[in-house]
Structures are given as C-alpha cells and as structure tokens.
Write a protein that binds this ligand. Structure first.
Ligand code: IPD
Ligand code: CA
Length: 270
C-alpha cells in the first residue's frame, strides 16, 4: 500500500467499538451470575454475550471500513481487500466472566500489511482502557505507561495462564513447576489480553503462556512492546503450539533462559 491508512483514525474507531462492546459485556455480567446455579444456561449466556460483542465489533468495522479483513475468535472471518485486518477477541477471560471475576476484556488489534499497528484492550470490569499505536507509546486511559523497573527475576511477579485441553494444562503445570521456585510469585488472571497490559503498566513484571491464540495476544503484545517491554512469540515444542513471552527489558532474557530450562522453549531466542 503506497498511502497507508491513518492510524489515529483506526485507533479512534477501535476505541469507540471496544468501549461499546465493553459496556455490553459489563451490562450482561450480573444476569450471567444470577444463572450460575444452572451452569449450563449460564455458559450459554456467556456464549451469547461473546457472540453479541463480536457482532457489534464486526458490524461497526464493516460499516466504517467495508474492505478491511477480520479474524475473530467466534468465527467471523472476512477477506482483506484494503491491506487492513482486524484481529478480535470479543470476550477474553470467558471463565472469569462466567463467575463474575472482574478480569475480562475486549481486545482489538489492527494489522496493516501484516503488521499490528494499533492495539486496544478494555478491561471491561474496571473500565481501564489500554491502547497503543506502533512507535507512539502505550497508554492507560490516555496516560503513557511503562513496564516495571524490576531487574531481578527472583523478585519478579510473573503472569501465566492455562489452555482448555487437559493434556496441555498438565504440560503447562510441568513448565510452571520449573519456573515458580525462581520468581517472586505467579499470577493467573484468566485473561491473556489483561496479563499483557498489566506487563505494560508494571503490575506484572513478566508474562508467558503456551498455546494462546492470535486474538488473545495481538493487541496486548503491541501495548506491552510500546510500553518498553520485550515480546516474543515462538514455538512451544512440548504442546506443539506457540509460546508467548512479554517482560520488561531487564527480565526478558533471564525469563527466557528459565523457560528453556523448564522445557517450554527449545533454544534461547528473541
Ligand atoms: C483464554 C484467556 C486465558 C488464557 C487462555 C485463553 P478466553 O481466552 O485468555 O487467560 O489462559 O489460554 O484461551 O477463552 O477466555 O477468550
Ligand atoms: Ca481469549
């Protein structure tokens, strides 16, 4: 593309849609809670909210930018005729949402010619809006944010998560057992997009997870990188999927070394 799209316009559109979708989710959480006693119907309601959020986002994108491509968790996919593709997780932290745990998010990344240039993540329970435009820093509610100053891995608070398949979860716990003794502590917030944004604003020193999907990480990875962090998505031989790592620049190499020793990464890279 010779004349690229206006990134600020993409950021504004992404922000408006994410805020609308976040309001929809926050409005539905209490009805899901009321139905938790009959868990199967609560699960259906979460699926409904997930789909409603995706519909809202995709319709907003289609009406403003009909030629853009879309890749979204609930299955919407549209070909890209403009060089721009939207990568969408309409509800990250589904299990938290089901239980009313306040860590669930709407995550939208905008790729231009295959590179994520804009990322927006709304932690909908807290109304915290994280955003980044490549080369222009990362923000929380409009204020620039930075990764933590921690330099010692032994004093690092590290986020991680687990997939849905039992075989992967067991392998992930094996890796965790090789990590937990060498860091201050572990957090499992339950929403990868939120984890990455917490690395960006220094609430976590680092994050790693095997097996997340592109829509879980696309926006948060840009937010973490623009906040000064180092990020990497590589191969995870243990579960045959990807591993995503984000940390402040001082901790990135030590954490990657630890993940190599724990068997999650086959060789140092990044
Ligand atoms: C999940 C969350 C969770 C992570 C899982 C993801 P979902 O996404 O991000 O924190 O550990 O790997 O699948 O299913 O809640 O959208
Ligand atoms: Ca997700």
């Amino acid at each position: 593309m010779s004349n690229g799209p206006d990134l600020v316009e993409l950021l504004d559109l992404a922000t408006d849609l994410v805020v609308e979708a976040g309001a929809l989710l926050a409005g539905g959480v209490s009805s899901v809670r009321t139905d938790i006693a009959t868990k199967s119907s609560a699960t259906d309601m979460v699926t409904e909210m997930d789909r409603a959020s995706e519909r809202l986002l995709v319709e907003g994108i289609r009406s403003a930018r009909p030629d853009d491509g879309v890749l979204a968790e609930e299955g919407t996919s549209a070909p890209n005729r403009s060089g721009v593709r939207w990568i969408i997780d309409p509800l990250d932290g589904t299990t938290n949402y089901l239980y009313g745990v306040p860590a669930y998010a709407v995550s939208v990344a905008v790729e231009v010619d295959g590179i994520v240039e804009v990322g927006v993540v709304l932690d909908a329970a807290h109304g915290e809006l994280f955003s980044a435009v490549r080369g222009r820093g990362a923000r929380l509610d409009g204020r620039l944010i930075h990764t933590s100053p921690t330099t010692d891995l032994g004093k690092a608070l590290v986020g991680t998560g687990f997939g849905y398949e039992a075989v992967h979860r067991r392998a992930q716990v094996d890796v965790l057992s090789g990590v937990i003794g060498d860091v201050r502590d572990i957090r499992r917030a339950g929403a990868a997009a939120v984890d990455l944004c917490w690395v960006a604003c220094g609430r976590l020193d680092a994050y790693y997870e095997e097996g997340i999907e592109p829509w879980d990480g696309a926006a948060g990875l840009l937010v973490a990188a623009e906040a000064g962090g180092r990020t990497w998505v590589g191969a995870s031989p243990r579960i045959g999927r990807t591993i995503t790592v984000a940390a402040n620049p001082e901790l990135f190499d030590p954490l990657l070394g630890l993940l190599v020793r724990a068997g999650a990464v086959s060789q140092r890279s990044g």
